[in-house]
Design a binder for this molecule. Structure first.
Ligand SMILES: [Mg+2]
Length: 172
């Protein structure tokens, strides 16, 4: 069973807003830890505010979808002023799917972005939406994530070697 990402890029900050627009992704569902900021960063970085403003300008909505627990996620998301889902139980897609339905988010307009091949990507696929994989923005990981990386790293390497995934080139 293979759950490959639809897209793969270095990080969310290098993805041009035009990419989301062109592909009809009006809702950017984004993992928090090591996708937007490191797991021990309590307040959103200026880079994240910049990204949010660029998205807002184009009427695109950023929503945080995290496996981390309530307070960590809610504090961060409320500071940023965006919707969020915590304790998502990625790689399972049930909770995310419910969230999409409850918030009236059209599935084809949603993309789940995250840094983990074995949690973020299958979660999006299981919920029935498109996905984008990134490289983690730092080497610092929470305890539980360290185990995931032991599987993620060699798998990612293998997929890259087999040309099943590759970093997108956004320059035109
Ligand atoms: Mg993450």
């Amino acid at each position: 069973m293979s759950k490959l990402p639809d897209y793969y890029a270095t990080n969310i900050f290098e993805v041009p807003i035009s990419f989301f627009k062109k592909n009809g992704f009006n809702y950017i569902l984004c993992d928090l830890d090591n996708t937007l900021d490191t797991y021990d960063t309590l307040k959103p970085s200026s880079k994240v505010y910049e990204l949010l403003n660029k998205l807002k300008k184009e009427n695109l909505e950023l929503i945080i979808i995290s496996n981390n627990k309530g307070k960590r996620v809610s504090n961060y998301a409320l500071t940023l002023g965006v919707k969020y889902l915590s304790s998502t139980c990625k790689p399972f897609g049930g909770k995310l799917k419910k969230f999409l339905l409850a918030n009236d988010l059209p599935f084809e307009q949603c993309i789940l972005c995250g840094d983990q091949l074995i949690t973020d990507i299958p979660c999006g696929k299981n919920a029935g939406i498109k996905t984008m994989l990134f490289d983690p923005i730092s080497k610092k990981d929470q305890f539980t994530t360290r185990f995931n990386r032991l599987i993620d790293k060699p798998k990612r390497k293998r997929l890259i070697k087999k040309h099943k995934i590759w970093h997108m080139n956004f320059e035109e």
